[in-house]
Design a protein around this ligand. Structure first.
Ligand code: SF4
Length: 715
């Protein structure tokens, strides 16, 4: 008999609730959950078509192992677990625990993220455990930590209903967070105002009252210029600044340098447009600022995140309905992962490895002897693969992500994967660009096939229930981690009956921390529905943080940080005259392992391209649909040219979704910068100086695994 089961969309950090109708074997229908506070029933095309990603030919249904240079052999889960455990033990015995690295994903459940992090840091004693949040929003997290004293947006989706102005900077929310943007659009239709800063006239910019087509890499100058004008027009909140912030005098000192003529010149915009944008913010009773990868993926990502927060602190536009800085989360559970401490500098409960007190707290919590945890942060994502290429990291365990397509500096990533003695890849799909480097392939359940939690952009934790059973030998990520840990002899502390039991331990680890979730558990989430942290509230509002004007810093005040604009190193030159920027499209997701299976999505966004203004193409002698090479001083990608006058001349754009499985060198990451933000270590994937020349693309034939069924795998 069919029934409707509550689950979650597996894509972006909006975190839309789904109701999936299933008889236990097949999913017959998916609709938006009308009661889920993230979407109230709405879905974008990706969420609406998610059932088509479940029972597809590209699902990985069996484990596979191979020795170097040999073919993959299908094996039973028990053989794969024994093999992986033996190989990991061998690497550790020969090279030590810090020769092992983990690369995790914001698409894993919180339970799996917590368990993998615990296994790496507490059991194996390696902090080389990072995640693809490093690519996504580590700059936003670092900015919030520095400015507000803790990670996690202060606002909630309901604030959109109370704001009368919106500022999007480095965010094409109409395509990347469409359900949240639909909510903003409803407010715009009822009279609210909108400013968008983006070098492209994106779908978001088309809805704006003021579009600032800023030069890539100039957001900091723009933010300081807006603050300059708000101060000049006496629109700052002096009482809030005095009572709830530190650092105003230093910030105020730099503002005279950001006069409208200078800012307009730096940003490449009209002074009148800058003034119009500032007037929208000055005239708003309540405004919200949304930002995401356009800000974060820069060497100035952390500084720019702090400059966004400066704007809100200095105007008192925080801690009240309809006001605040809102870092939109790229992945469905990046917030949960950061809460669980799944990055190489973190421990659970928003603790930091470099802090001796935080290490001592987790050693007590995990029943470990004093000084058991390694005291130094592990390698971030980029350095982790560099260290593998250099022979320092010998084993890499990758879960739910595709670094051979999604990281910058892909040559080094591939070299690292080739050099490693052991590569374990846990994924729900095959082929992927990364799987071909694996020695052990473990089939993972997707979120429609398991129980677990995700935490979305507004800090809301939702429980998903299994809708159908995973195919073949596929199992939840946490199950594979626990089985291999136990096989390696780490039974103590790695023996959980189910995901609910893991969540209970994770939740207890957050007690008393800024992201306290200690009173949450699966049963409560099942009975009362999704909940925001902090939970328990301890006298605070759960919807909105910092309503009392107190911040989790040593002084109890937020920090206004003076952040100066600096010109990026990678500016256009005669050799590389254009600036390449990258981003998502509405109907594809990351490296297309899921969305590549959905005919409608492929029809809507069918192929890669380089978007270029016709004026630039004319000067270069290029024509529409031509194959082109996009070369930077870091590498070269190939794609089709798409002429479009909605992009600023001098800037070009490539979507991130197409990679080697589509055509050799199709990823924009082939040409991506290997520079990083010095604080957050986030790669500067945006704003790379490139030249574009005619070229040929080579279509790719995806590699196949030998046929394996559940019954046919070696036992
Ligand atoms: Fe899924 Fe994001 Fe679309 Fe919602 S907006 S349905 S979470 S992809």
């Amino acid at each position: 008999m069919s029934r409707e089961i509550k689950t979650l969309c597996p894509y972006c950090g909006v975190g839309c609730g789904l109701l999936a109708t299933s008889d236990g074997a097949r999913i017959s229908k998916v609709r938006g959950d009308p009661k889920h506070p993230a979407n109230f029933g709405k879905l974008c095309p990706k969420g609406a078509s998610v059932a088509q990603t479940v029972d597809v030919a590209t699902r990985l249904r069996s484990a596979f192992v191979r020795e170097r240079e040999t073919e993959f052999t299908p094996v039973s889960p028990s053989i794969a677990i024994r093999h992986a455990a033996q190989r990991l033990n061998q690497v550790i015995q020969t090279h030590g625990p810090e020769s092992v690295a983990f690369y995790l994903s914001g698409q894993m459940t919180t339970e799996a993220q917590y368990l993998a992090g615990k296994f790496a840091k507490a059991c194996l004693r390696t902090n080389h455990c990072d995640s693809n949040s490093r690519l996504c929003m580590s700059s936003a997290a670092a900015g919030m930590n520095l400015s507000l004293g803790s990670d996690g947006p202060p606002v909630c989706y309901d604030d959109i209903n109370h704001a009368d102005a919106f500022f999007f900077i480095g965010s094409n929310a109409a395509e990347c967070h469409p359900v949240t943007f639909a909510r903003v659009k409803e407010r715009l239709d009822r009279g609210a105002k909108c400013v968008v800063a983006d070098p492209r006239k994106t779908a978001t910019a088309q809805a704006a009252h003021v579009h600032l087509a800023v030069r890539p890499g100039t957001d900091l100058a723009l933010l300081n210029g807006l603050l300059h004008l708000l101060r000049k027009w006496d629109k700052l909140d002096a009482t809030y600044i005095a009572n709830h912030t530190d650092g105003w005098s230093q910030l105020e000192r730099i503002l005279p340098d950001y006069s409208p003529p200078r800012v307009a010149l730096i940003c490449g915009i009209e002074e009148a447009d800058l003034l119009a944008a500032a007037q929208v913010l000055a005239g708003a009773k309540r405004f919200m600022t949304f930002w995401t990868m356009g800000v974060n993926q820069s060497v100035l990502g952390t500084f720019t995140s702090s400059a966004i927060i400066n704007l809100h602190l200095a105007t008192g536009q925080i801690g009240k309905p309809g006001a605040g800085p809102f870092s939109l989360t790229g992945q469905p559970n990046a917030m949960g992962g950061r809460d669980a401490g799944y990055m190489s500098h973190q421990l659970p409960g928003q603790r930091f490895i470099a802090d001796p007190q935080h290490r001592a707290q987790m050693e007590t919590f995990w029943n470990l002897p004093p000084n058991h945890l390694q005291p130094h942060p592990g390698y971030d994502a980029v350095r982790l693969f560099d260290a593998a290429a250099a022979g320092e990291i010998k084993a890499i365990w990758i879960i739910g992500t595709n670094p051979a397509a999604s990281l910058p500096n892909l040559k080094s990533v591939r070299a690292g994967l080739e050099a490693a003695e052991l590569v374990i890849v846990q994924d729900a799909y095959n082929p992927t660009e990364t799987n071909r480097f694996a020695h052990v392939l473990l089939p993972a359940a997707i979120n429609l096939e398991q129980s677990g939690t995700f935490c979305n952009s507004e800090r809301r934790v939702t429980l998903m229930e299994p809708v159908v059973a995973p195919p073949g030998d596929a199992r939840p990520d946490w199950w594979w981690v626990q089985q291999i840990a136990q096989e390696m002899g780490y039974g103590r502390g790695m023996s959980f009956a189910n995901a609910a039991a893991i969540f209970d331990e994770f939740a207890r680890s957050t007690a008393g921390r800024p992201n306290d979730q200690s009173a949450l558990h699966h049963k409560l989430l099942r009975e009362r529905g999704p909940q925001q942290w902090p939970y328990p509230a301890m006298g605070q509002s759960q919807s909105r943080r910092y309503e009392d004007g107190r911040f989790p810093t040593p002084t109890g005040k937020a920090r206004l940080l003076a952040r100066e604009h600096v010109e990026l190193d990678d500016r256009p030159t005669r050799a590389f005259p254009l600036i390449l920027t990258t981003g998502r499209l509405l109907n594809q997701w990351h490296t297309r392992t899921k969305t590549g299976n959905v005919p409608l999505l492929n029809k809507l966004d069918p192929a890669p391209y380089l978007q270029m203004h016709p004026q630039d193409a004319g000067e270069l002698g290029l024509h529409d649909r031509q194959h082109v090479a996009v070369a930077s001083r870091f590498g070269e990608a190939t794609t089709f040219l798409k002429l479009d006058d909605s992009i600023t001349p001098g800037v070009c754009f490539m979507p991130i979704h197409w990679n080697d499985l589509w055509a050799q060198g199709a990823s924009p990451n082939e040409a991506a910068s290997n520079l990083r933000d010095p604080i957050s270590k986030q790669p500067a994937l945006k704003a790379v100086a490139v030249r574009v020349t005619p070229a040929n693309m080579t279509p790719t034939t995806p590699p196949q695994l030998p046929a394996a069924t559940h019954a046919g795998a070696l036992r």
